[in-house]
Write a protein that binds this ligand. Structure first.
Ligand code: ASP
Length: 303
């Protein structure tokens, strides 16, 4: 594996192998002597969109593998003078950086860079457009593997929220299908559902109460307003009433069900604080797993 651009088409065995390695990293004491699999490697965080969790966890993960990390600040870079993404990439690659962690608003940006990259250069997609966020997909699968009481084949997973604009949902769906998840329910206002061909293997459920009923895993998503045309959601209060995850709605899920959210959360829009901070929230475990998964991915690419 030279690059990680998408989870689409990734085989189940490869997914489990990455998750096994991430589970190993998750079990290490962060203060213990670090592994050195990325010693001598320069990792460049090339982020053209805002990020908190993804950028910082890639940075921590790279440090924990012994890499040198450089953070690119798009707001203070020659991007503002009109330099293209491709030219920026070639410039930093010429400085000797080997691993590029890329976030961009354009779907296809990472694929384009992977075609420009030299043999010893690696691209990791850290979220592009609405297309893909593969490391988020992996950390979500690791979290499900840790929390769920049953194998993927036997799980009912409900994805509720703005699926249309969510790269997280797309990567999760690729992974869930590959892992053989038996029952994937998707629920959103009609304007926030993707085209039908992206929902193969999923059951569209109109009412959130029905989607959540009896599920094992409840994933909720932010309204991706930065990628949304105006007017797709009439009122936030109405959205919260119909699709928000509050304690009443969560009580319809299985007693051992847990709640996931990729962050950043908009409390009171898609999730109630009592759920986000409650005993059935896996949200901070997702964050912690982000470091372990990104260690596994960077090691697999450049270790
Ligand atoms: N942090 C995730 C992403 O970058 C989810 C979100 O922004 O809502 O796609």
């Amino acid at each position: 594996m030279q690059h990680l651009i998408s989870l689409e088409g990734m085989a189940r065995e490869r997914l489990h192998a990455l998750l096994d390695r991430a589970q190993h990293f998750a079990g290490l004491d962060p203060r213990a002597a670090p592994p050195t699999s990325l010693a001598g490697v320069h990792v460049v965080n090339l982020f053209f969109e805002p990020s908190t969790r993804t950028r910082l966890s890639f940075e921590i993960a790279a440090h924990r593998l012994g890499a040198q990390v450089v953070n690119f600040d798009a707001e203070r870079s020659s991007t503002l003078k009109g330099e293209t993404l491709a030219d920026t990439f070639r410039t930093v690659e010429a400085m000797g950086a080997q691993l590029f962690v890329v976030r961009h608003s354009e779907s296809g940006a990472c694929e384009m860079l992977s075609e420009l990259a030299g043999d010893g250069t690696h691209i990791v997609n850290a979220g592009e457009g609405r297309a893909a966020h593969p490391t988020q997909g992996l950390l979500d699968m690791l979290t499900i593997r840790q929390f769920a009481k049953r194998p993927f084949e036997d799980l009912s997973i409900a994805i509720v929220g703005d699926i249309r604009h969510s790269r997280v949902a797309r990567s999760d769906l690729h992974a869930l299908r590959a892992l053989g998840c038996g029952d994937i329910r998707v629920c959103a206002p009609a304007a926030l559902l993707p085209d039908a061909d992206e929902l193969q293997g999923c059951r569209v459920v109109d009412a959130a109460d029905e989607a959540v009923s009896g599920c094992d895993v409840l994933m909720t998503l932010r309204l991706q307003r930065e990628r949304m045309e105006d007017g797709l959601v009439d009122s936030l209060d109405g959205y919260y009433r119909d699709y928000g995850i509050d304690q009443r709605r969560l009580s319809l899920a299985r007693a051992d069900a847990f709640v996931m959210h990729p962050g950043p959360m908009n409390r009171g829009v898609e999730i109630e604080s009592a759920v986000a901070d409650g005993p059935r929230s896996a949200i901070l475990r997702q964050v912690a797993n982000g470091v372990a998964v990104r260690m596994a991915v960077m090691e697999a690419l450049a270790g």
